[in-house]
Design a protein around this ligand. Structure first.
Ligand code: S3P
Length: 445
C-alpha cells in the first residue's frame, strides 16, 4: 500500500499574496521526547503546545500502554504521570507507531532498558524502514530482538535487558534517533553511556534529559561532531515543557511566502535551535528575506518570531555537513530552488532514501512531473532553477506528509496548478496545514 485507505487528493493554484500571522504546531521531535521523558520520570510533567498530530498521539498511546498516565487537559495541554526510569510495565498489545520512525525508535530505546517484552509495529511506510541501525546498539546493551521483517524491519519483538550494559557507541550515520535510542536505554544502565557522532544531530534529547534532572555532558568531537556522556540510573523528576513551534513545519509557509509574489507573513515562537535551522541559513544564502525577532528560550531551546517576505532567490550549493540540521527540509528547499534563478546543488543526501519514503527519488519525481529540470547524481540532488515552474503535474505522495505539503507549496506559485494524490498523511505532523495555509491566502481545493 502506498496511500491511505481513503485518499484525499488536493490541488494548489497560483495564489495572491500570502499575508498575516499564523501559528504552526508544536515541534514534533520535542513533543515525542516530552511524552517519553515524562513517562520515565517520577511525578507530574505538564506539557503545553504539544503537537497533536498522529505521530505524537501514537507515542502518547504507547506511553499509556507502558504504564504511564497520560491525559489531555486542554488544547495542546497534556499531563504525564510517570513511572520512573526502568519502570515501564509490559504492554498487553503490540505498540503501533503508525507512520512515525521517531516515536518507534525512541520508544525501542526506552523499552530496551526495562525487563519487559514489547511488540513494535507501524504502517506500510514504517514497516519498510531500516531498524537494524537502532537494534544493533540496543542488542550490545543487552536487549534481545526478533523481527519478522527482513533486516530487522517491523513488526518486531524487543525484550529489554534485565541488567543493561552501558556502552560507548559511534553512530554509523548522523541520526538523532539512533543517538536518542541509546541514551534512553542508557538511563537504565549503571555507569556512563557514551554516544559519539561524527556530525552533530539535533540535541533535543540531551537538552531535555538535563531539564528533567539527568547528568549529561556534551562536548565537541572533531570538526562537526559531538560526544555525549550520560550517567545512568538517575532519578528523573517530572518537569514543565513548553513546546516551541516546529521549524520543519514552519518551512512550508515560509517557502510559500518566499515564492508567492507580494507575500509577507509572520510565524511566532519558531524553534531556532542551530541543529535544526540549516534550511533558514540556506534560504538566506539564496537571498531570502527572513527576519528573526523576539528571540527567547525555554528549557535550553531557543525560539524566535519569523517574518518571511516574497524574495528573488538564486541557486546555491548546500554542503553535505549541513544535512543533519535540515534533513527533513530538502523537499521544500528543492521547491524554493526550482523558483530560484540558477542551479542549486544539495550534497550528501543519502539519508533521504530511508525517510517516510525515498525522498531523494520522490523530490526528483515531484519536480520532473511539474516541468522542472532535476538530476540525482550519486547522493546529490541538482535542481535547475528558471525563476518559474510550469506545474500541471500530479504528485504521488507515497504516504509521506512532507511530499504532500511541498508539492502544494509549489502549486501556489507555479504557472499551472499542482495536484497531490493524497493529503491524508499531512495529519501525522501538521493537522491544520490546509486551513492555516488557506487563512494566509493559499488557493487550495
Ligand atoms: C528526528 C530525527 C531525524 C528526522 C526525524 C525526527 C528526531 O531522523 O528526520 O524527522 O526527532 O530525532 P534521523 O535521526 O533518522 O536522521
Amino acid at each position: 500500500m502506498t496511500h491511505s485507505d481513503h485518499p484525499s487528493p488536493l490541488e494548489a493554484r497560483c495564489s495572491g499574496p500570502l499575508t498575516g500571522k499564523a501559528r504552526v504546531p508544536g515541534d514534533k521531535s520535542i513533543s515525542h521526547r516530552a511524552l517519553i521523558l515524562g513517562a520515565l520520570s517520577v511525578g507530574k510533567t505538564r506539557i503545553s503546545g504539544l503537537l497533536e498530530g498522529e505521530d505524537v498521539l501514537n507515542t502518547a498511546k504507547s506511553m499509556r500502554a507502558l504504564g504511564a498516565e497520560v491525559d489531555r487537559t486542554g488544547d495542546f495541554a497534556w499531563v504525564v504521570q510517570g513511572v520512573g526510569v526502568s519502570g515501564f510495565a509490559e504492554p498487553q498489545n503490540p505498540l503501533d507507531f503508525g507512520n512515525s520512525g521517531t516515536g518507534c525508535r525512541l520508544v525501542m530505546g526506552a523499552v530496551a532498558g526495562c525487563p519487559i517484552t514489547a511488540v513494535f509495529d507501524g504502517d506500510a511506510s514504517l514497516r519498510s524502514r531500516p531498524m537494524r541501525r537502532v537494534l544493533d546498539p540496543l542488542e550490545l546493551m543487552g536487549a534481545k530482538t526478533r523481527s519478522s521483517g527482513e533486516g530487522g524491519r517491523l513488526p518486531l519483538t524487543l525484550a529489554g535487558a534485565r541488567d543493561p550494559v552501558p556502552i560507548t557507541y559511534r553512530t554509523p550515520v548522523a541520526s538523532a534517533q539512533i543517538k536518542s535510542a541509546v541514551l534512553l536505554a542508557g538511563l537504565s544502565a549503571p555507569g556512563v553511556t557514551t554516544v559519539i557522532e561524527q556530525e552533530a544531530s539535533r540535541d533535543h534529547t540531551e537538552l531535555m534529559l538535563k531539564h528533567f534532572g539527568a547528568e549529561i555532558v556534551s562536548s565537541k568531537e572533531g570538526a562537526h561532531g559531538r560526544k555525549i556522556a550520560l550517567t545512568g540510573q538517575p532519578e528523573l523528576h517530572g518537569a514543565d515543557v513548553v513546546v516551541p513551534a516546529d521549524p520543519s513545519s514552519a518551512a512550508f509557509p515560509i517557502v510559500a511566502a518566499l515564492i508567492v509574489e507580494g507575500s509577507d507573513i509572520i510565524l511566532p515562537d519558531v524553534m531556532t535551535n542551530p541543529l535544526r535551522t540549516g534550511l533558514f541559513a540556506t534560504l538566506r544564502e539564496m537571498g531570502a528575506l527572513l527576519e528573526e525577532t523576539e528571540v527567547r528560550g525555554d528549557a535550553g531551546e531557543p525560539m524566535a518570531q519569523i517574518r518571511a517576505r516574497a524574495s528573488k532567490l538564486r541557486g546555491v550549493e548546500v554542503p553535505p555537513e549541513r544535512a543533519p540540521s535540515m534533513i527533513d527540509e530538502y523537499l521544500v528547499l528543492a521547491v524554493a530552488a526550482a523558483f530560484a534563478e540558477g542551479t542549486t546543488i544539495m550534497r550528501g543526501l543519502h539519508e533521504l532514501r530511508v525517510k517516510e519514503s525515498d525522498r531523494l527519488a520522490a523530490t526528483a519525481a515531484m519536480l520532473r512531473v511539474n516541468g522542472v529540470s532535476v538530476e540525482i547524481s550519486g547522493d546529490d540532488l541538482v535542481v535547475e532553477g528558471r525563476g518559474h515552474v510550469p506545474g500541471g503535474g500530479l504528485v504521488a505522495t507515497h504516504m509521506d506528509h512532507r511530499i504532500a505539503m511541498s508539492a502544494l507549496v509549489m502549486g501556489l506559485a507555479s504557472d499551472k496548478p499542482v495536484k497531490v494524490d493524497d493529503t491524508a498523511f499531512i495529519a501525522t505532523s501538521f493537522p491544520d496545514f490546509i486551513p492555516m495555509m488557506r487563512a494566509l491566502g493559499a488557493e487550495l481545493s
